[in-house]
Design a protein around this ligand. Sequence first.
Ligand SMILES: Cc1cc2nc3c(=O)[nH]c(=O)nc-3n(C[C@H](O)[C@H](O)[C@H](O)COP(=O)(O)OP(=O)(O)OC[C@H]3O[C@@H](n4cnc5c(N)ncnc54)[C@H](O)[C@@H]3O)c2cc1C
Length: 470
Amino acid sequence: MKKENVKPFLDEIMKAMPEVTVLTKEEERLIYAHGCYPREYKWLLQGTYKYLPSAILMANCTQEVSKILELSQKYEVGIIPYGGGSGIVGGTIPEDGEVMIDTKRLRDFEINPINGTATGGAGLTGAEFENLLNNAGYTCGQYPQSFQSAVLGGMVSTRAIGTFSTKYGKMDDMVNSLEVVLPNGHVYQSHKCPKASTGPELDQLFLGAEGTYGVVTKVEMKIYPVAEKRYFEAYTFQRTEDALEAIRQFVQNHVHPAVVRLYDEEEAIPKLAEFHYEKDQVLLIVGYEGLARQVDLERELVNEYCVKNGGVNKGTEAGEAWFRTRFSTKKMLDYDATKGGTADAIEVAAPWDCIANVWREMRRALEPLCTVVDCHFSHVYHTGASVYVIFHADTQGDDYDGEKRYLECLDTAIRTSLKYGGNISHHHGCGKAKAAYLADEHGEAGVEVMKKIKDALDPKGLLNKGVLGL
Ligand SMILES: Cc1cc2nc3c(=O)[nH]c(=O)nc-3n(C[C@H](O)[C@H](O)[C@H](O)COP(=O)(O)OP(=O)(O)OC[C@H]3O[C@@H](n4cnc5c(N)ncnc54)[C@H](O)[C@@H]3O)c2cc1C
């Protein structure tokens, strides 16, 4: 990154593309300086915000993004793509005063009902894209908790996932094709055929690359008719292990309700109290949607597996309440905003044969460092599931203590997951926060592959330097 070249770089952009808005005021740069990485909250509260981007470029179309990247090579200026800013792993920290490309003006939208797809500009939020689809009678089924802020390009780049994932899949399954601007400005557009046998799947190279291999500009997603019927219900079980076993059995028998959320013994406590259910249980919420007959059959099958494993059906109330409040993260934000406090959601994945150990040991390891540890399982697969551990800590100290405790909790959670057979991230990505652990998951050879691809696509290392350790 040649900081001295930022001014001539911006001058040439303004001359060549007057439609690109260039933001350089300090307050504008401060807004873009942070995403939702918990340490960024602490840096704001410490009052010494260290990293500001040199400028923000609001591009209107793929051609402008392409020209910006081409010029960034000429001037050797570092670039960070910025979507909704909801990333929580430090993927947009402008440590070298990089220039950011805000993608939110990339807002194309087109439906192809015959192919069952819709193409959206990378800057549409999940909610905007879904509303446009709903108006035409479709859904893509992608409802992350950050639905209102995360944009399509950001969700592709982090391999995001929504709460209805058991039916609709994760972002990696939902994408049919991508348009991506490479670091040298060339535009890659994948073919839209449903399957190919002509080399590796290149779209998957950009899914989860967190902007290190290119800037995503358009996303073609699979779409479905809006569901005829949606239904929620809850089960209680004696133990987390019993509920996990019921889930494993129905999923491995191809029974895929849309929502599967299991709260462990601790996280279930306030929910059991709220609905006046018996104490000392775990709570499973199951949500179904689709054709009415399909929903009814799935309910019947899920019920069989749950009852067989000791589950008791508690009716619709808890599931419907979850659905109404599913976007709320107030408890976590309260701890982040507290002087000396910190909180985060660490989400890892593990195979079925070790998932209970990963969950139990992560909880056990974090408890001494935290005020409250909540654990649930909300994404389930044929071979395993995710474990979602939310830690809330209050050091009673200052915001430097809060930051220090955050790093201790993160390290403890990740090392414990790896030790018991889990990974380092299920869907939040790696960013800069988890980069140091990447080789523990992928091995040195895996990291070498990622680095060699980076060197080939971006030899000067200008795009999202440091993210994924690249
Ligand atoms: C309250 C809250 C709830 C959340 N809930 C969920 C959830 O349910 N599921 C989930 O998966 N995640 C969740 N997240 C995490 C976050 O929303 C996701 O990681 C999301 O995909 C990030 O999208 P964004 O548009 O905000 O990306 P940003 O934060 O802007 O960027 C994230 C990364 O992607 C890169 N990037 C952004 N746009 C592009 C692009 N067009 N091309 C290339 N690279 C790009 C950035 O440089 C950065 O490295 C949550 C976060 C918060 C704060």
